[in-house]
Design a protein around this ligand. Structure first.
Ligand code: 5GP
Ligand code: MN
Length: 338
């Protein structure tokens, strides 16, 4: 963001406004943490602020400060559309294209509000007046911290803001272990702890609140894990029947894909999850090093994301999706084996 843009945003925010903040569909820790962190910051200036999630999100995020104020577009469409129609500013957080918020995207397009994007995904679309897009960032939460810094307001970071931002940085960096984690990320994390974020408690709330059934589902996923050593690839499948057997709830499969990547010599991991209701296979892809799962997902599975973490989908059956996936691997033999 340029100095001029920052000054314009500062002027824009100098009088109370009606503001809507939107994270991506199926929001994760970074999407909800950045949205609620920004929410608490803007509330300080007496703006009328609403965080609007395109749909529901996992229970392990429902303790975040301000969570009780979040509106769900899917279950409260009328109220949400009223807020969107009246909004003067819409912040879009942790996504790069309006199709990432489903039907809510049409209301954002229609709205006359000034749009501000804060995001770290690759190849951002050009729908926002102000774009703070930086693919080198670990997380959108790190960017919200920078955004507050650019506005000269680091002194306004409260325990609530710090807690929200810490959460998203932690979840998007796999607890500070992915390559996207920089010394600056650690510096900011240190500052957030100074401002009151309780690292042990946040970690506990996110990672140590598993249900017994979720762990049983993980057991099922791990027994379905397949390895293709010649392409240094591992993948997991979960059918709808398997999800039903373990009483699957939103968020239960978060992180499963990483088990494939933890295998010695594996640099490409995938999980394929059958969703009978939507008639799609949801796909998560992860890699180590230069192999871009963003490009892979864009090319073959209608998705995208980052170099080392991306999502996508398939309209084929679970078996046919796996067959397609395996048949594609030889196209990438060089990248996967070099
Ligand atoms: P996950 O596998 O956890 O759903 O997603 C991994 C990363 O890719 C996340 O940063 C997520 O926001 C992003 N992502 C997931 N699906 C899509 C998609 O369809 N398009 C784009 N551009 N990014 C996606
Ligand atoms: Mn993110």
């Amino acid at each position: 963001m340029t100095g001029t843009e920052i000054s314009s945003i500062k002027t824009l925010l100098s009088a109370p406004k009606r503001i809507v903040i939107v994270p991506h569909k199926n929001p994760d820790g970074d999407a909800m943490g950045s949205s609620l962190g920004l929410y608490h910051y803007l509330k300080h200036y007496n703006h009328e602020v609403v965080v609007m999630s395109p749909n529901d999100y996992p229970d392990f995020l429902k303790w975040l400060p301000g969570d009780d104020t979040v509106l769900n577009f899917e279950s409260n469409t009328d109220i949400c559309e009223e807020h969107l129609a009246n909004a003067e500013i819409i912040f879009t957080l942790d996504f790069n294209a309006l199709h990432r918020v489903g039907l809510l995207g049409q209301d954002i397009s229609k709205s006359a509000a000034i749009k501000i994007m804060i995001d770290h995904h690759q190849q951002p679309d050009d729908y926002a007046k102000y774009m703070y897009s930086d693919v080198s960032m670990s997380s959108t939460c790190e960017m919200v911290y920078n955004f507050i810094a650019m506005l000269g307001d680091l002194n306004l970071i409260t325990k609530d803001i710090a807690t929200c931002l810490y959460t998203g940085i932690m979840t998007d960096t796999g607890s500070f272990r992915y390559a996207s984690t920089t010394s600056q990320t650690h510096y900011i994390i240190g500052k957030l702890i100074e401002h009151g974020a309780s690292n042990a408690q946040i970690h506990n709330n996110i990672y140590d609140t598993n249900s017994y059934e979720k762990l049983q589902l993980l057991g099922c996923a791990l027994s379905n894990l397949k390895v293709i050593p010649e392409y240094r690839t591992a993948y997991i499948t979960l059918s709808q029947d398997e999800l039903n057997k373990f009483n699957f709830k939103k968020g239960d499969t978060e992180g499963f894909v990483n088990y494939g990547l933890s295998l010695n010599n594996i640099i490409f991991a995938a999980i394929f999850i059958e969703h009978k209701q939507e008639n799609i296979i949801k796909i998560s892809l992860r890699s180590k090093g230069d192999f871009s799962v963003n490009e892979f997902s864009r090319h073959y599975f209608e998705g995208g994301g980052h170099t080392n973490a991306a999502g996508g989908k398939s309209d084929l059956s679970l078996d046919d999706t796996i067959e397609k996936f395996i048949s594609i691997l030889p196209n990438h033999k060089n990248e996967l084996t070099s």
